[in-house]
Design a protein around this ligand. Structure first.
Ligand code: SF4
Length: 87
């Protein structure tokens, strides 16, 4: 369970985190923790990781992959606040 205080802290930090994450991508720097990116295992509306330009697919269409910006195993049906649609 995430406390209200932590949610507020992350909400305030997220815009800066987005900028840092995108900058880090260009420099192959450290990734953003899932909690900070507000990662969830389910889509948000019609947005999901396998439609995001930062998603790196796993061994099959349903297997977890990775993300260029966010740490750890990433579900193709997941979502986070750094979502950016593929062109
Ligand atoms: S939605 Fe977030 S976790 Fe998913 S691929 Fe895009 S940046 Fe990575």
């Amino acid at each position: 369970m995430i406390s209200r205080r932590e949610c507020v802290k992350w909400a305030l930090a997220l815009p800066a985190t987005v900028g840092l994450a995108r900058g880090a991508m260009a420099q192959a720097g450290p990734k953003v923790p899932q909690k900070v990116a507000q990662y969830q295992e389910t889509p948000k509306g019609n947005q999901k990781c396998d439609l995001c330009k930062y998603f790196i697919a796993g061994s099959s269409p349903t297997a977890n992959g990775t993300c260029q910006l966010v740490e750890g195993s990433i579900s193709p049906n997941g979502w986070c606040a750094l979502f950016a649609a593929k062109a």
